[in-house]
Design a binder for this molecule. Structure first.
Ligand code: NAP
Length: 482
């Protein structure tokens, strides 16, 4: 099977922060892959922008080095590189000053899609929007892509939304959450809404509980001081895990149009129950044989910031009342694994007797590694020894099912092309982000009042012991992280 490539319209894409980590590691490689796949018309252009003074050749050399560093064996060959580089240009621009804005404005064409990617620190999102407005660079075809974090709390998110709204219509603002660009996450919607099989069971009557896990093996590394001001709740739960929860819990939208989907997600966020203090476990990784503790890495021995969080949340609506959602995410855990597991209730009656070894049906959607889905079902154990039951996994790895010639695109490839196409379905709307902060803020405020220390957990473990209790006391268990 060969992936279908739908070409996009001509565009000028300006990447603010083109010399930064995200641009070099993700954005520019993603664009090169879309170029290599023939998705860009001849007159699509990409303009790097940052404060560093350099000419076009120096920028191309930097991009080339980034490809070698981050793409390794998958780096584009010389021909592909050369043709991609024809699209590239560079302009030195200061988001906080006047330097470079006229030169940047002069490079842009009228009448084509004009996209500005804000791949800079969050304190520059507002100033960039203002500069674009002041320099008359906002046309009807203009859109902006805003990276995470979108605000630090409800108040800062509101202010940022207002600043952006002063210069851009909501239809021009693309708040990126790269989780939504992952193939498996989109497959979640395909599984739910393109099959008759699951939707009738997708409610509190048939679903016992849902687990959402995003586990990382890395620590905070070089992001220590930034991370310490944020923590797992702000860095992961308020955005990525919340988006996953929304896609699982939302009502079927009437179409795949952006606002149809985003309206339904918003309703879920607004229906989330406040989380009780004893339904949350926070953790910090301790020191390992070869790795420093969280406190050492962030250089703050008094830090109360969590590198791990597990919590239980209910949704107060007709579909989900009575079905808890358990979320957990953390750093320096046993394995790098992200998954959503929907555990169904037991059948109402067993014809195989009270002692039959019953195992619940579980639908697992794996985001990484090895994107795919598994459905655990009960079957008869083969052999003449009577009717003995056994649970087996109907396992589908997308790579195997679709064949090797359909590479799974990186989330940024999909999302940037959606920006050019003008499709906001996989981007967060302003009210969605604010609603997510409105749910998160009181939880964080509660910690700040109590000054409880996060529990220390061993690096390479599955998190603090107390997180196990969060499930055990409900008669449930976390799935193993592996
Ligand atoms: P970074 O490596 O620190 O890069 C920042 C970029 O901004 C550099 O290109 C820098 O270039 C430019 N810059 C700084 N001040 C500027 C100014 N006054 N005017 C114009 N350009 C300026 O940061 P990053 O890791 O790429 O992250 C960029 C954004 O993406 C952040 O909001 C981050 O939260 C978000 N993000 C990053 C990742 C990731 O994996 N890195 C993942 C998710 C989200 P000059 O110094 O040359 O100006």
């Amino acid at each position: 099977m060969v992936a279908r490539v739908i070409p996009v319209d001509p565009f000028d894409l300006v990447i603010f922060g083109a010399t930064g980590d995200l641009a070099r590691r993700k954005i520019l490689p993603a664009l090169c892959r879309r170029h290599a796949d023939g998705q860009m018309p001849d007159d699509a252009r990409i303009i790097g922008a940052a404060r560093t003074e350099m000419d076009r050749d120096a920028f191309l050399a930097m991009v080339s080095e980034a490809f070698d560093e981050f793409l390794g064996d998958h780096a584009p060959g010389p021909d592909c590189r050369a043709s991609f580089f024809e699209r590239l240009d560079y302009v030195a621009v200061d988001a906080l000053g006047e330097d470079g804005w006229t030169a940047l404005s002069d490079t842009l064409r009228d009448g084509v899609v004009r996209a500005f990617y804000f791949s800079v620190g969050p304190s520059l999102f507002g100033p960039l929007a203002e500069r674009l407005g002041q320099h008359g660079m906002v046309t009807a075809e203009t859109r902006i892509v805003v990276e995470k974090p979108f605000g630090h709390d409800l108040e800062t998110a509101r202010v940022l939304n207002q600043t952006l709204a002063a210069h851009f219509d909501e239809t021009q603002i693309y708040r990126i959450d790269h989780y939504l660009g992952k193939e498996t996450v989109q497959n979640l919607m395909a599984v739910r809404f393109a099959n008759i099989l699951f939707e009738p069971l997708w409610n509190a009557r048939f679903v016992d509980h849902v687990q959402i896990t995003v586990a990382e093996t890395v620590g905070v590394g070089g992001r220590g001081p930034y991370y310490d001001k944020s923590g797992a709740m702000r860095d992961m739960v308020q955005n990525h895990l919340m988006q996953l929860l929304c896609l699982i819990a939302m009502e079927p939208p009437h179409s795949f149009e952006p606002d149809a989907v985003r309206d339904e997600k918003l309703k879920v966020i607004r229906a989330l129950d406040p989380v009780r203090a004893d339904d949350i476990v926070r953790g910090q990784y301790g020191a390992g044989a070869e790795s420093p503790s969280y406190l050492v890495e962030v250089e703050n021995p008094q830090s109360l910031t969590e590198s791990y969080i597990a919590l239980k949340v209910g949704i107060s609506n007709w579909r989900w009342k009575g079905t808890p959602f358990y979320l957990r995410t953390g750093k320096r855990l046993r394995a790098r694994a992200s998954e959503i597991a929907v555990t169904f209730r037991d059948p109402p009656h067993s014809i195989f007797g009270e002692d039959a070894p019953w195992k619940a049906n579980i639908l697992v959607i794996r985001l990484q590694p090895d994107e795919g889905m598994t459905l655990k079902v009960m079957i008869k154990e083969p052999g003449p020894g009577g009717m003995r039951l056994k649970d087996v996994a109907l396992d589908m790895s997308f790579a195997e099912a679709l064949g090797d010639d359909v590479p799974i695109p990186d989330a940024y490839e999909r999302l940037i092309m959606d920006v050019i196409r003008g499709n906001q379905t996989l981007f967060m709307r302003g009210d969605e982000v604010e609603a997510a902060w409105a749910w998160t803020d009181p939880i964080i405020a509660g910690w700040q009042k109590s000054a409880d220390r996060p529990r220390t957990y061993d690096p390479g473990s599955s998190g603090p012991e107390d997180a196990l209790m969060l499930m055990h006391r409900d008669g449930r268990r976390w799935r193993e992280i592996r």
